[in-house]
Design a protein. Structure first.
Length: 277
């Protein structure tokens, strides 16, 4: 299947602009979900007392804060000023810096660990991002990234993929094409991404859990208020198409209903590797 050509710079500008607008709603809806992955991510990166850690795309700063709880020395980095402002408010004792994961503002070989919770899905050049993260690692240092699993397993997000397809919606011209969103849900692709940056001992594993939501409206509005690509795809449609997508969403959501809410399956892939000595 052929894909639309990608203008990496246009996609990165689109993502950057989006994250500047959604810091608070992302924190409210998505952070309780992605936060479940933080400890496995830090474990795979070998973060412990005394580690010097870089948290790329730190967002609200929760990964950085958990690393600090392990007595690590941590720096959080994000491209969005609004995310950095939120992170600094939530975690005022930590260091946060502005910058892009595709061009890290650090010298070579200064960190014992680099972690990124769901960052690779949001950059136009994932190979460059991982290469930059490997560059700033010390020899023997570890890197770990997380991504969503395939839509069939990561249902908190995958249900929106289903709804768009069932409604017959197509991407609007206002959304610049980006790298395939679920590319790194495939173990081989995720593994090759890290190996391509020269890392050794690369492994990929799955972390799965359920997340409780109070109702369909909380799921629909919470997810879309705090996302970028999926939100733009849906909210750029005509009112009639948006209604069709919502109807398809509601029909699929019933599968996860309980007596007083929803129990939604979440599945995540974690990849990690070590910089050669």
């Amino acid at each position: 299947m052929s894909h639309a050509p990608i203008d990496e710079d246009a996609f990165n500008r689109f993502e950057h602009a989006g994250w500047e607008k959604v810091a608070d709603p992302y924190h409210r809806f998505w952070a309780p979900v992605t936060g479940r992955v933080i400890d496995p991510l830090l474990d795979d990166a070998g973060v412990a007392a005394g580690s010097r850690v870089l948290d790329v795309a730190t967002g609200p700063g929760h990964v950085a804060a958990r690393a600090a709880d392990r007595s690590a020395s941590v720096t959080g980095l994000d491209i969005a000023h609004q995310m950095l402002a939120l992170a600094s408010t939530l975690h005022p004792s930590l260091e946060f810096r502005h910058g892009s994961v595709e061009e890290l503002p650090f010298p070579d070989a200064v960190f014992d660990a680099v972690v990124g919770n769901f960052v690779i899905l949001h950059v136009g050049r994932p190979d460059r991002a991982v290469a930059e993260c490997a560059r700033v690692l010390k020899p023997g240092g570890r890197l770990a990234f997380s991504v969503w699993d395939v839509p069939e397993k990561a249902r908190i997000l995958g249900i929106f993929v289903d709804a768009v397809q069932l409604a017959g919606a197509t991407p609007p011209a206002s959304v610049p094409p980006g790298p395939p969103f679920f590319r790194f849900a495939e173990d081989r692709e995720f593994s090759e991404l890290l190996k391509g940056a020269g890392l050794s001992g690369v492994g990929v594993r799955r972390v799965a859990f359920t997340h409780r939501l109070s109702g369909a409206d909380a799921w629909w509005h919470g997810a879309l208020d705090g996302a970028i690509r999926t939100t733009a795809l849906i909210r750029s449609q005509t009112p009639e198409m948006q209604a069709r997508i919502r109807s398809a969403f509601d029909s699929r959501a019933h599968a996860y209903a309980t007596g007083d809410g929803f129990e939604v399956p979440v599945s995540v892939k974690l990849a990690s590797g070590r910089k050669r000595e």
